[in-house]
Design a protein around this ligand. Structure first.
Ligand code: NAX
Length: 302
């Protein structure tokens, strides 16, 4: 039998955590033959809720789940972890300044980076989900220097999957028939969902560029983009809660595909793409926002 893999989920008592831990324990992230030891971290006020989640994991009797560590101590939570999914963070509350939220998250990610730095398995793979996801990942990288930079990532897979969903609804085809959609930039409403390199393989036909199959550049350049950018807000409006099952599922997709690529050839690889003026403008705008976030985050460190 395979050695168990230790998977950390921070913010495990929250809504994404509640959707994510059973997926991991069922093998959705690492495969149906991979035993798992789940490490769950949350903060003191969530202790009881966290224990409740642990009780349900026990009750679910997952065949792959070898053990559960549920704790409010980051040093304990990070011990020996091979994969760390960072979902815990400080949410923006009404009336709060951007700088105050940033400052809270910078200190959380600085502390958790140090815990990972000291305790995680060598070659631990990190996925940051908590917002501001890109910037939290940057802070984590800064304060966990022994974790290889390429091992620290943040979640934009949900945005990617949302883009596939929109195209598949529009074209009345399955999501699996669309590929090579790209999300550039920040996981925020400035993100740029780019279909210029994407293709569709319609049933009984060969692969074609998305633009030629959709045949409506106006829709692709306006409504499609804003729908993907604003999808998180639309879910909140409908559910009165933010996306959780789709976020958890995307986190599993992200890790599964990442490990698969590593198994195949050991490295992520770069591709050379032609970028048109429309894309350039959108990419510059979201890059500008990322630089602003970075500056704000660093100002919180002082
Ligand atoms: P919840 O508020 O339901 O859960 C967050 C959990 O984190 C809570 O249980 C809280 O106690 C815990 N927590 C807070 N500080 C912590 C700390 N220092 N250490 C450990 N745990 C801590 O939020 P949920 O809906 O689960 O969302 C979690 C995060 O994901 C948010 O930051 C949210 O903005 C972000 N999202 C990111 C997405 C992405 O695509 N990158 C999409 C979904 C989601 O909005």
């Amino acid at each position: 039998a395979k050695e168990p893999v230790r998977v950390l989920v921070t913010g495990a008592a929250g809504q994404i955590g509640y959707a994510l831990v059973p997926m991991i324990a069922r093998g959705v992230m690492l495969g149906s033959d991979q035993p798992i030891i789940l490490h769950m971290l949350d903060i003191e006020p969530a202790t009881e809720a966290l224990n409740g989640v642990k009780m349900e994991l026990v009750d679910a009797a997952f065949p792959l789940l070898m053990d559960v560590v549920a704790t409010t101590d980051a040093m304990v939570a990070c011990k020996g972890v091979n994969i760390a999914v960072m979902v815990g963070g400080f949410p923006r509350k009404e009336g709060m300044e951007r700088k105050d939220v940033m400052s809270k998250n910078v200190s959380i990610y600085k502390a958790q980076a140090s815990a990972l730095e000291k305790q995680a398995a060598p070659d631990c793979k990190v996925l940051v989900v908590a917002n501001p996801a890109n910037t939290n990942a940057l802070i984590l990288k800064e304060f966990a220097p022994s974790i290889p930079e390429k091992n620290i990532t943040c979640l934009t897979r949900l945005d990617h999957n949302r883009a596939l969903g929109q195209l598949s609804e529009r074209l009345k085809i399955h999501v699996g028939q669309v590929k090579n959609v790209i999300i550039w930039g920040n996981h925020s409403s400035t993100q740029y969902p780019d279909v210029n390199h994407a293709t569709v393989t319609p049933t009984n036909s060969e692969e074609k560029p998305v633009r030629s199959v959709v045949a409506d550049d106006n829709w692709l350049n306006t409504e499609f983009i804003t729908t993907v950018q604003q999808r998180g807000a639309a879910i909140i409006k409908a559910r009165k809660l933010s996306s959780a099952l789709s976020a958890a599922s995307a986190a599993c997709d992200h890790i599964r595909d990442w490990l698969h690529v590593i198994k195949d050839n050991g490295q992520l690889f770069r591709v050379r793409l032609k970028i048109d003026d429309f894309s350039r403008e959108k990419m510059d705008a979201t890059a500008k926002e990322l630089v602003e976030e970075k500056t704000l985050a660093y100002s919180c460190l002082n």
